[in-house]
Design a protein around this ligand. Structure first.
Ligand SMILES: Nc1ncnc2c1ncn2[C@@H]1O[C@H](COP(=O)(O)OP(=O)(O)OP(=O)(O)O)[C@@H](O)[C@H]1O
Length: 365
């Protein structure tokens, strides 16, 4: 099996670096999702690992072997990596079996049993083997691309937004089939995505890439529940941020005096909580009362914009509630904050509470 280490990698196109001193560790046999906005350098990071782009400085180490840096350069075809692109990139003139067999080493290309085994691994029936790619759905094409990438038994698989062109249902099914196939082979994987739900549900750890630097790397629950700053919090899900004051492990803000997670120095803070931390109750039975300003209904849940009754702030707060019986605009409700909140010094939001996977990666810079 194969781990990946990027050490102070700077890389880009021409003079302007896209990645600046990026450190990342992907432990062997695990999946890391790299999440970032458009143009943040996600594909560039994969290209460095794959060997399609030489870093200007720093090192890339795969399975304990330096593949780039320190005077070393190992070309892509000798890195033992499988690569799946956004559009699959199947050969249109070859059958499904022909495409998958293309990934096998020369002597084994005629081994139909191995091709059928690989199709089975990605959840495709054997009867698709003789179809051409244009006779498959988008999800099936992506699974064939994955089977082809897995054919040479790579220790590392790189996935560049492989599900982004699929519609919601197909996307989830293809994602699950991919996760199963990766687990079955024990391959290490790096997934690039701009989809938060995908990153959180698919990966063992999530790396947030912003303006060329890794902002935070942590397990999904940690990165969602303990973001290093308000910017990462906003990037990864919906966030309610209100001004407050911290003292003795608690913060006081327009939502009341609340327990805070992690150490926060006394003084002015930005208080952060997730909308699902605000539970709605009947008026008078929560810690505060509020009036419903508007409701966005999504079926499984609903986002409720609230105006607090006893506050001069016009900012309002958002609650996320289950979609069974959401309140109506104009309703009076009670609200209670569930669980501890996060808080960041208002003057210096980025220096506090680095929440990384223990021992794996350097703090966000
Ligand atoms: N071949 C190239 N030559 C010059 N600049 C490039 C090249 N490829 C990418 N870039 C630039 O590098 C930056 C990062 O691109 P990259 O494709 O890594 O971003 P990304 O995070 O994958 O974006 P997206 O989510 O939109 O695919 C962008 O500003 C892009 O315009």
């Amino acid at each position: 099996m194969t781990d990946v280490q990027l050490r102070a990698v700077t890389a880009g196109y021409g003079r302007r670096p896209v990645l600046k001193e990026v450190d990342l560790v992907v432990p062997e046999g695990t999946t890391t999702a790299v999440l970032g906005g458009s143009g943040s350098g996600k594909t560039t990071l994969l290209r460095v690992i794959a060997g399609f782009l030489r870093p200007g400085s720093g090192e890339a180490v795969i399975g304990g072997r330096t593949v780039a840096g320190a005077g070393v350069w190992v070309p892509p075809e000798r890195r033992g990596i499988g690569y799946v692109r956004q559009e699959g990139g199947l050969f249109p003139h070859l059958s499904v079996a022909g495409n998958v067999a293309f990934g096998l080493p020369w002597p084994r290309r005629r081994h139909r049993d191995r091709v059928l085994e690989l199709l089975d691994l990605v959840g495709l029936p054997a009867e698709l083997a003789d179809r051409r790619p244009d006779q498959l759905s988008g999800g099936q094409q992506q699974r064939v691309a994955l089977a082809r990438a897995l054919a040479p038994r790579p220790g590392l698989v790189l996935l560049d937004e492989p599900f982004s062109s699929l519609d919601t249902g197909l996307r989830a099914a293809t994602r699950e089939a991919t996760a199963r196939a990766l687990r079955a082979t024990g391959a290490t994987a790096v997934l690039v995505t701009h989809d938060q739900d995908e990153a959180l549900s698919f990966a063992d750890q999530v790396a947030i890439l912003g303006t060329g630097a890794i902002r935070q790397v942590a397990a999904p629950r940690v990165i969602y529940g303990e973001p290093v700053d308000t910017e990462v919090a906003r990037f990864l899900g919906d966030a309610v941020i209100v001004p407050g004051t911290a003292a003795e492990g608690r913060v006081t803000c327009e939502l009341g005096t609340l327990p805070v997670r992690g150490f926060v120095p006394r003084g002015a803070v930005d208080v952060l909580l997730r909308p699902e931390q605000i539970a709605l109750t009947s008026p008078g039975s929560g810690s505060l009362d509020a009036t419903v300003r508007s409701v966005a209904y999504f079926g499984h849940d609903a986002v409720v914009e609230l105006d607090l009754t006893d506050t001069t702030s016009s900012q309002g707060v958002r609650a996320r509630v289950v979609g069974l019986q959401p309140p109506e605009p104009g309703d009076l409700v009670g609200l209670t904050v569930v669980g501890p909140v996060r808080a960041f010094p208002a003057a210096d939001r980025s220096s506090l509470l680095v929440a990384e996977a223990p021992g794996r990666n350097r703090p966000a810079s």
